[in-house]
Design a binder for this molecule. Sequence first.
Ligand code: PMP
Length: 426
Amino acid sequence: GARVAAPPKPVGGKPTKAFDFSTLPIFEQMRFQEAVGQTLGIGTPFFREIEDRAGALCVIDGEERINFASYDYLGLGGHPDVRRAAVKAAEKWGVSANASRLVGGERPYHGELERALAEAYGVEAAVAMVSGHATNVTTIGAMLGPKDLILMDQLIHNSISEGARLSGAARLTFPHNDFEWVDETLSRVRGRYERVLVVVEGLYSMDGDLPDLARFVEVKARHDAWLMVDEAHAFGVLGETGRGIAELQGVDPKTIEIWMGTLSKTLVSCGGYICGSEALIAYLKHKAPGFVFSVGIPAPVAATATAAVKAMLAEPERVARLRANGLRFRDRAKAAGLDIGLTEGYAVTPVIIGDSPRAVVAADRIFQRGVNALPIIFPAVPEQQARIRFFLTADHTEEQIDRAVDVTAEVVRELEDVDLFASLRG
Ligand code: PMP
């Protein structure tokens, strides 16, 4: 039989290089960031512990802050029906679904959630999976193969590009929102591929802007391609009743082949979903490894999301409040002279600061003044486009929004002519 080589022996009690995880490149990056933070006299903004929360307020380091780092867009996390649904489901079913649904069987709460989602989208069927990220990876990985082509917006989420990589298909990223680029490219290369998938987001989470969906639908139809829309940040946010970009832009949802969304944002739960035709959903339920070989979503998780869909549709005033809050933040920030980039003033608005150290320092200063919003730095965004990202929710009050804008404008002014690394230059 085959012989397996013995692992190298540790030298002098120390692990050999291959076994020492702290030599991996990410640690060098982390040490560098830590050193920059120390030079600038600030702590890391990441992995902060939220000790408590209520509405748009959270407690960090024992102090109350206005929170702009939560995706609970409609404030459904605190909705009594949603909370009760989770408790009731946990009491009846416990927390685990115990097995993959293919072999362990369906549970009523799976069907209830999937019917609610399909109905909300106005399409035939839906399937829910245990993670939003994994839903994108496994769906794209299972739908496309080496003879196919995937076209993705340059600002597309990591889970889409990971799925595209897994699929083995040829991949291209197109300039942000540029359906003409997609059109021209497909005119040249369509014939070389069997299937083509175009992927966009309903609302872009770094910039807060949207694609022109009807134009993408027209282009993909003419070139016989599929269109996938990731509605992670759009469901609950866009359209009068929160049904997403199709509702907002008056596009027939059935003209989009693959609707994707997550349960972790507006739906205050955990997991992801795909909505579309009966055939698409049946295919994924038999073929996508992230569904077939993974446990079904747990009862309290499904019941929470189902109750949240119902609450969203029953209380459109939440969507209206979120819209008003988003516009208030955008308009006030603009009036204060802040650079808010491309935002359309829905649930996400960035304040673009400049280079990464400056964005991190600015976020730290606004944090010290009671506003929790996170910096987004290179390589997540281009180096001179580092920003602080504000997520608005229906829970924010006008006073909280105004306070956040005032504090941010104050900090940006303070830092205008400051040389952050002066101490290093001596
Ligand atoms: N798609 C987009 C556009 C996202 O922003 C995210 C998460 N932020 C996901 C998918 C993954 O969803 P989840 O966090 O629920 O796994």
